[in-house]
Design a protein around this ligand. Structure first.
Ligand code: ZN
Ligand code: FE
Length: 258
């Protein structure tokens, strides 16, 4: 993160077998927000090491690997999630919807509906520290499976995220990047940005380092799910005359079978 956002600290917390939770801490105000709670223990451990206490918990969607730790962690923290999913989330202290702007951790936080993986999945964008928490919508070199939404919904959600400032740091929910990379190369084998990114990913995983978060500009240049409107990629798929949504649906379907 650039130095001018110095009061904000970001900690990536690996959870379960391949999930990530995120802690954001404001060193001026002492506030700490958790984004998603796959399980309590590693998050409690990270808080203890830093000496931080949770003030807020943001929930992106209702899947167990994003909410199972909330009950054990909340302990007075304000729990925030989508109003439309309130019936299937842990009890919420604040219900939010697309377009809301709330102050969390001392910074403006924008709520975006990013339905597709589930209907009701939200993302959180903090323009000042240039962070976006996208969980299972936009992922590093990938996107979430369409369990509830349509290809059109997910494509619209991804376009919304792609329209954020390109310096934005994408904090996504899973370490699926190596598989995503092998898949991306099948569609886009001559993309030099992709080839060099994959080298970096392979080296990071060999060293046991996370590939999350990632920068939006590298996703824009290399993530096939953000490139369904790219004429070159359409041509490679033999879909030069197809709509962007149809191309996106084809890429998603191929990934499901990969
Ligand atoms: Zn999920
Ligand atoms: Fe997940």
């Amino acid at each position: 993160m650039p130095d001018d956002f110095a009061p904000i600290d970001l900690v990536v917390v690996p959870c379960l077998s391949d999930n990530y939770a995120f802690l954001v801490h404001n060193t001026d105000t002492g506030e700490t927000v958790l984004v998603d709670a796959p399980e309590a223990a590693p998050i409690q451990n990270a808080l203890r090491i830093k000496g931080w206490t949770l003030t807020d918990i943001l929930i992106t969607h209702h899947h167990p690997d994003h909410i199972d730790g909330v009950a054990a962690l909340r302990n007075g923290a304000r729990v925030i999630g989508a109003a439309r999913d309130a019936h299937r989330l842990p009890p919420l202290d604040l219900q939010v919807a697309d377009g809301d702007v709330i102050e969390i951790c001392g910074v403006d936080t924008h709520v975006l509906d990013v339905s597709g993986h589930t209907v009701g999945h939200i993302a959180f964008h903090m323009p000042e520290p240039e962070l976006a928490f996208t969980a299972d919508s936009l992922m590093a070199l990938g996107c979430g499976r369409l369990f509830e939404g349509t290809p059109a919904q997910m494509w619209e959600s991804l376009q919304k995220l792609r329209a954020l400032p390109q310096d934005t740091i994408i904090c996504s929910g899973h370490e699926y990047t190596e598989t995503n990379a092998r898949f991306a190369l099948t569609l886009d084998p001559d993309n030099p940005d992709l080839i060099s990114r994959v080298e970096g990913i392979t080296a990071a995983r060999a060293a046991g380092r996370p590939t999350v978060p990632s920068a939006l500009d590298e996703e824009t240049r290399t993530n096939p799910f953000l490139r369904a409107d790219d004429p070159g990629l359409k041509a490679t798929l033999g879909m030069a005359d197809s709509s962007d949504v149809d191309v996106f649906a084809e890429i998603r379907a191929r990934k499901d079978k990969f």
